[in-house]
Design a protein around this ligand. Structure first.
Ligand code: T3D
Length: 263
């Protein structure tokens, strides 16, 4: 029986999506693309989902595109990779960025090509110390995709973005954290417990406030200071009307822990 390319589990508000093609280092084929997209769509639709955790089965996070599906010797002519990006990668990346809930990537091993850039599109990236991030594209004559050119240049600046993309040198998790490419590198055995703890904390948090925080930080990249002040005011107006805000302030005044309900 063929294993499902994505293991999906919803527990206590956390939707865990595990890329599950370990023999191919969880590289993307069409079935895994569609399953991951369906998982993120579910997170958009279901209020029971309050945080998403993406990780990989086996020793890798994701090795990008399954190159077995791109064998030139089995094709009539060159593939239209613009079409495959528009059809498979870009919709999922847009869904991750537009999801008004936190998305955590637990990078358990190598993350290469589009696999690295799917991780970098997430909101909190945790990586095992043994993990490496590889912009593998230049090794096969391609150019960064899955949002990599955007994420790299914003997260680590042009010099490091160009260095990573042009050389395809593996970047160890510790250095990725030092450079600000990811949130944290962790001992391998600590990765999943800590990632689950993060996800649980978000899932028990003020969901609307967290979602607006994500949107606010993302919007700041393309706004003037003055326009961003207006956006903050609009978001704060909305956050201030939530039951979770009332609970947060009440709990502070009562000197107790808040019980957020995601409302
Ligand atoms: O095509 C489009 O639609 C456009 C979009 C493109 C997006 C992209 O992601 S392009 C970039 C594609 N990815 C790569 O170029 C990375 C290829 N993989 C590697 O460079 C290495 O495998 C790694 C550095 C990731 C890991 O190296 P290592 O030494 O730890 O493992 P390995 O021995 O190379 O791989 C283990 C197995 O996984 C091996 O299979 P085997 O020999 O045991 O049967 C290998 O062939 C397979 N594998 C690894 N990556 C891929 C893969 N199979 C298919 N596609 C892969 N990307």
């Amino acid at each position: 029986m063929t294993e499902h390319p994505l293991i999906t589990e919803l527990s206590d508000g956390v939707l865990t999506l595990t890329l599950n093609r370990p023999d191919k280092l969880n590289s993307f084929n069409e079935a895994m693309h569609m399953a991951l997209r369906a998982g993120i769509e579910r997170a958009h639709e279901e209020s029971a989902v309050r945080a998403v955790l993406i990780t990989g089965a086996g020793r890798a996070f994701c090795a990008g595109q399954d190159l077995g599906d791109r064998d030139p010797r089995k094709m009539d002519g060159p593939p239209d990779l613009g079409h495959t990006l528009e059809t498979f990668y870009n919709p999922t990346l847009r869904l991750i960025r537009s999801l008004e809930k936190p998305v955590i990537a637990a990078v358990n091993g190598v993350a290469a090509g589009a696999g690295a850039n799917v991780a970098l599109a997430c909101d909190i990236v945790l990586a095992a110390r043994s993990a490496r991030f590889i912009q593998a594209f230049s090794k096969i004559g391609l150019t960064p995709d899955a949002g990599g050119s955007w994420s790299l240049s914003r997260l680590v600046g042009e010099a490091r973005a160009k260095g990573l993309a042009l050389t395809a040198e593996p970047l160890p998790a510790d250095r990725a954290a030092d450079w600000g490419l990811i949130w944290k590198a962790l001992d391998d055995d600590d990765l999943m417990p800590e990632a689950r703890a993060f996800a649980a904390k978000f899932a028990a948090g003020p969901t609307r406030g967290l979602g607006l925080t994500k949107m606010s930080i993302q919007s700041a990249a393309t706004q003037s200071f003055s326009d961003q002040l207006d956006i903050e005011a609009g978001f704060q107006r909305e956050a201030g009307r939530t039951a979770d805000y009332a609970e947060g302030v009440s709990a502070f005044l009562d000197k107790r822990n808040p019980e957020f309900r995601g409302q």
